[in-house]
Ligand binder design. Sequence first.
Ligand SMILES: [Mg+2]
Ligand SMILES: [Zn+2]
Length: 191
Amino acid sequence: MTNLKSAVFFDRDGTLIYDAHYLKDKKDLKLFEKTAKAIKKLNENNILTILISNQSGVARGYFDENTVNELNEYLNHLLKQENAHLDGFYFCPHHIKGSIEKYSVDCDCRKPKIGMINQALKDFKNIDMTKSYIVGDKECDINMAKNADLKSILVQTGYGNKDKEICTPNYVAKDIEDAIDWILKDILISK
Ligand SMILES: [Mg+2]
Ligand SMILES: [Zn+2]
């Protein structure tokens, strides 16, 4: 149990990139201005950066899993151009009311359920859950944090400005950079 690391679990749409509403085309994938700079701060502090995203567009038949993988790779490519990177990528392709039978199930991974976090814990093996966080723009992100017993930060980009009325994160951030600065301070305090 040596070398445990903090992790920050990120929502994608509306948190790291503009919410393009069922994004399926690279040309519509645009980082927020401060995203790379913020992620880089975590990379430099040896904190794991892990994407966890609901992508019910797969179950709805709007795009396939391969498209999601390609978009996530492209997202990392854009980050790497600015010397930042994400360490892991998880997404839930399911939705109970989907149109593709295979994906139209009541799964354990759609946020606010915590299947994606449990999978990351198995894959990485060194995540310190007592010093890890979730950053997202929706109620389901904040409720996932509660279900996983993690601290949560709601960013007011994407749906955050609306959803702050209906959920109780540990911190409401202006944007991704504000969220990361709060996390870095919080880790220092709790050491
Ligand atoms: Mg979102
Ligand atoms: Zn799922």
